[in-house]
Ligand binder design. Structure first.
Ligand SMILES: *Cc1c(COP(=O)(O)O)cnc(C)c1O
Length: 399
C-alpha cells in the first residue's frame, strides 16, 4: 500500500521545488526579443543579482547550468598555463578545478577532507609558499552540496590577505546564495557565481556571475576568452549582446517571479528560514544517529550547511531507503555522490521549502527507517517539531 499520491516532494539538492508562481510566470507566449519590456526585464534581473550577491560589481546572466557558470567565471579571467589553487572540501570545487584543467589551467588541489570545512590556516600557509605569485586564482565553494559542508568564505579571504597574496578569489554560491549570508563586497570576493535551480527556485538553465573591478582588470589580460562568455561584449549597450543572442525568455520570466518572491520575503528572513529548517533536520538526524547506523557526514555541527544534509548509512542500502520514500511516500531524496556514492542519502532543505515540506521529508525517512528495520533512535520527527516550535514565531510571517 502506497501513500505517495498527492503533491510530490523533491528533497534533492537541485533541482529544487519550483513555486507555482514561478511556473505560472513562464506560461505565456514568446516575445520579440528587443521590446522595451524585454530590455527592462534583462536590466532588472542584472540589478537584482547585485542585491542577491550583495555587491556593486558587474553581473552577467548566461543561458547555462552551474557548470556553464563555472566556465564563464574561468574563461574571462585566466590564460592557458595559469596556476589555479582549488580548495577541496567535497565534490564541487574539484569539479570546478577539473573544468579549469580541461581549459588549459595548471590546477593544484589543496587537499581537504570530505567531512570538514576548508582550513583557512592551510590556505594561508600554501599561499605564503608562493612568493612569486604564480597562483592566479583561488577556487572554493561556499556550500559543497556533495559533502554538506559550509566553508567560511570570509575567513578564507582573511587568510589570503594575511599571506599578502594577490590571487583572484573565486567563490561558487550555487547551493548557498539565497540560503545563507553571501556578502560579495564585504568579504572581498572577486568573482562570484551561482545558478537558477537551487536557492533561486527556478528551472535549471540560467547561470550568474558577478565580477569585481579587479576581476575585470584580469579579464583585459586573459587569453582563455571565448565570445559566448565574454564580459566585454556582454557589457555592450545592445540588448542582444547582453545575452550573446536570443535571451532565454521564459527562464527569465520565471526568474523575475522568483526574485519578486525573494525580495518580498527578504533575504535575511530567507536565511533565518533556512537556518531554522536546517536545524530541524539536524535535530532529527541527531536522534536517528543514536541507533549507530546513521550519522552526519560533517562532524563539526557549525560546519553543517543550511541547505543540504548528507546522512551516512552504515550496513544498510541508502538506495533502498530512497526507493521506499519515493514509492511509498512521494518524497525524492538526494543520493550520495562522489566519495559518498552508495554510502549516504541527502536531505535538501533549500529554496522553496517550509515546515510541512521539511517535516514531511523527515517523517518519510523515519517511516522508511522503521519499515526497513534500520536501527535508529526514535523521535527524530518529534525532535524536528520541537526545534521548529522553539525557533518559529507568528511574527515571522514566512512561517
Ligand atoms: C549543483 C551545483 C553545481 C553545478 O550546477 P549544475 O547546474 O548541475 O551544473 C555547482 N556547484 C554547486 C555548489 C552545486 O551545488
Amino acid at each position: 500500500m502506497s501513500v505517495a499520491n498527492g503533491r510530490a516532494l523533491l528533497a534533492t539538492p537541485g533541482p529544487t521545488n519550483i513555486p507555482d508562481r514561478v511556473l505560472q510566470a513562464m506560461m505565456r507566449p514568446a516575445e520579440e526579443l528587443n521590446t522595451a519590456a524585454m530590455i527592462a526585464l534583462t536590466d532588472g534581473l542584472l540589478g537584482d543579482l547585485k542585491r542577491l550577491f550583495r555587491t556593486e560589481a558587474q553581473t552577467y546572466i548566461y543561458a547555462a547550468n552551474g557548470h556553464g557558470g563555472w566556465e564563464a567565471a574561468l574563461t574571462n579571467v585566466l590564460s592557458r598555463g595559469d596556476k589555479v589553487l582549488v580548495l577541496s572540501s567535497g565534490r564541487f570545487a574539484m569539479g570546478w578545478g577539473e573544468m579549469a584543467g580541461f581549459m588549459g589551467a595548471d590546477v593544484e588541489v589543496l587537499s581537504g577532507s570530505w567531512r570538514a570545512a576548508v582550513d583557512p590556516a592551510a590556505v594561508e600557509a600554501r599561499l605564503r609558499r608562493d612568493p612569486d605569485h604564480e597562483i592566479k586564482a583561488v577556487l572554493v565553494v561556499q556550500i559543497d552540496t556533495a559533502s554538506g559542508v559550509v566553508n567560511d568564505i570570509q575567513a578564507i579571504r582573511k587568510a589570503i590577505d594575511a599571506a599578502g597574496h594577490p590571487a583572484l578569489y573565486m567563490v561558487d554560491g550555487v547551493a548557498s546564495v539565497a540560503c545563507m549570508p553571501f556578502e560579495m563586497d564585504a568579504w572581498g570576493i572577486d568573482v562570484a557565481m551561482s545558478a537558477s535551480q537551487k536557492g533561486l527556485m527556478t528551472s535549471p538553465g540560467l547561470a550568474f556571475v558577478a565580477a569585481s573591478d579587479k576581476a575585470h582588470r584580469a579579464h583585459e589580460r586573459a587569453t582563455m576568452k571565448t565570445l559566448y562568455w565574454d564580459w566585454t561584449s556582454r557589457r555592450s549597450p545592445l540588448h542582444y549582446m547582453k545575452h550573446c543572442g536570443t535571451p532565454p525568455e521564459h527562464l527569465m520570466f520565471g526568474l523575475r517571479a522568483a526574485f519578486d518572491m525573494i525580495f518580498e520575503e527578504g533575504l535575511e528572513a530567507i536565511w533565518s528560514r533556512h537556518a531554522l529548517l536546517a536545524g530541524a533536520t539536524h535535530a532529527a538526524v541527531s536522534k536517528w544517529a543514536e541507533g549507530q547506523a546513521l550519522s552526519f557526514n560533517i562532524v563539526e555541527p557549525s560546519q553543517r550547511a543550511a541547505s543540504v544534509t548528507p546522512v551516512l548509512l552504515q550496513g544498510y542500502e541508502p538506495d533502498a531507503l530512497a526507493e521506499y520514500t519515493r514509492a511509498v511516500c512521494g518524497v525524492t531524496l538526494g543520493s550520495g555522490i562522489g566519495d559518498l556514492t552508495g554510502k549516504a542519502f541527502r536531505l535538501a532543505h533549500m529554496g522553496h521549502v517550509n515546515a510541512p515540506m521539511v517535516l514531511g521529508a523527515i517523517s518519510s525517512v523515519e517511516m522508511a527507517l522503521q519499515a526497513l528495520q534500520v536501527p535508529h533512535g526514535s523521535g527524530g520527527a518529534a525532535a524536528a517539531i520541537a526545534h521548529l516550535s522553539q525557533g518559529a514565531s507568528q511574527d515571522r510571517a514566512t512561517l
